[in-house]
Design a protein around this ligand. Structure first.
Ligand SMILES: Cc1cc2nc3c(=O)[nH]c(=O)nc-3n(C[C@H](O)[C@H](O)[C@H](O)COP(=O)(O)O)c2cc1C
Length: 329
């Protein structure tokens, strides 16, 4: 590890470290209006939501690193206390990047970026038509920390009205694949939340899981299971007993086996297909035949079940490893 005391770091170096470690950051595309009615549009990735009742968001139009001057977004918020904050999709990335150019005050970044202004309902700043998620907000508080280059100005805002595109929903929730958001990382890097970058993690059970510390050693010390696999095992509320494992083995031995084959090659083919039932059936046969890798195959099978979110199956499969010497079927 590298260790840094903040007092020893130059501001740009610290800035890059934070950009790298606090990432990916959502991007707020903030529209404001000056007291003279001039529109302004800029992206900010020091941004997040902090509660829903009332719905509160905050972002930081920090002091410019170059000369510690205040940004137009900050000045506009102080004078007019309103903004519209929009989510940024992949299709807008080049335009929001262009909108981040330090144009002089009074230059309308809607015009510069080519993004389309549309009227808001409750506030004066315009909304960005291209964004599928727009929040009309009022400034509740502006907290400033320091007066040097890079000092934070936290604009704390309450959302007054939301505008959300109808076509980004699936089953009543915003579908991450459909909204296609981007986020900011270190250097010039962004990331796009789509495809395989998006995955699901089941919530921990309400009935508390047994936890990592209660896992049997033969599971905890396995070289096959990853830390993520072990945490999934730890989310179960109990460890299957001998009777349950015995019934499981019977069930697997008797499963409908059309096209079933027993060989190492077939085992790995089943693994590619995530057919962990056939993997288990093969493993049990290997145990009977005293195959030298049978314990390993059992663990690979349990891992495959875990990764397909069948934790119940995974536990029963994993417990078979312990029962191998008894040959209970
Ligand atoms: C993706 C992205 C994220 C940014 N995040 C921030 C931020 O969190 N805080 C900040 O002060 N500047 C940030 N910037 C830079 C501002 O967008 C830039 O300084 C802009 O010109 C400010 O405009 P204004 O003076 O019109 O308010 C970001 C730029 C980009 C492209």
């Amino acid at each position: 590890m590298l260790h840094y005391e903040i007092k020893d770091l130059a501001v740009p170096e610290l800035h890059q470290l934070l950009l790298g470690g606090i990432a990916p950051r959502p991007i707020a595309l903030v529209s404001t209006i000056s007291k003279d009615g001039e529109s302004n549009l800029s992206p900010f990735s020091f941004f997040n939501a902090f509660g829903v009742n009332p719905p509160m968001i905050a972002f930081s139009p920090a002091r410019r690193g170059r000369d510690a001057s205040l940004k137009d977004t900050y000045n506009n918020l102080i004078s007019t206390e309103e903004c519209v904050v929009q989510a940024v999709t992949y299709s807008m990335v080049e335009q929001i990047s262009l909108a981040s150019t330090e144009y002089p005050a009074g230059v309308d970044e809607f015009l510069k970026s080519g993004l389309t202004p549309i009227e808001s309902d409750l506030v004066k700043p315009k909304r960005v038509k291209e964004s599928p998620f727009q929040m009309e907000c009022k400034l509740v508080d502006m907290k400033s920390y320091g007066e040097s280059g890079g000092s934070a100005n936290m604009a704390i805002c309450e959302i007054l009205k939301l505008h959300v595109a109808e076509d980004i929903f699936t089953d009543g929730i915003i579908d991450p694949q459909k909204i296609d958001l981007i986020a900011r990382m270190s250097g010039n890097y962004y990331c796009r939340a789509n495809g395989k970058a998006i995955f699901e993690v089941e919530k921990p059970l309400e009935k508390r899981g047994i936890g990592y510390d209660q896992l049997p050693n033969f599971i905890k010390l396995s070289e096959v299971y990853s830390a993520n696999n072990l945490a999934k095992f730890g989310n179960a509320t109990s460890i299957p007993d001998d009777g349950t494992v015995k019934d499981f083995i019977k069930e697997i031995v008797n499963i409908d086996s059309v096209g079933f084959e027993i060989s190492e090659e077939a085992f790995y083919r089943y693994e590619k297909l995530s057919n962990y039932k056939y993997m288990m059936k093969t493993s049990l046969q290997f145990i009977k035949e005293n195959h030298p890798k049978s314990k390993y195959f059992i663990e690979i099978t349990a891992k495959c079940a875990l990764e397909n979110n069948d934790t119940d199956f995974a536990w029963k499969a994993a417990m078979c490893k312990e029962k191998i010497d008894k040959h209970p079927w």
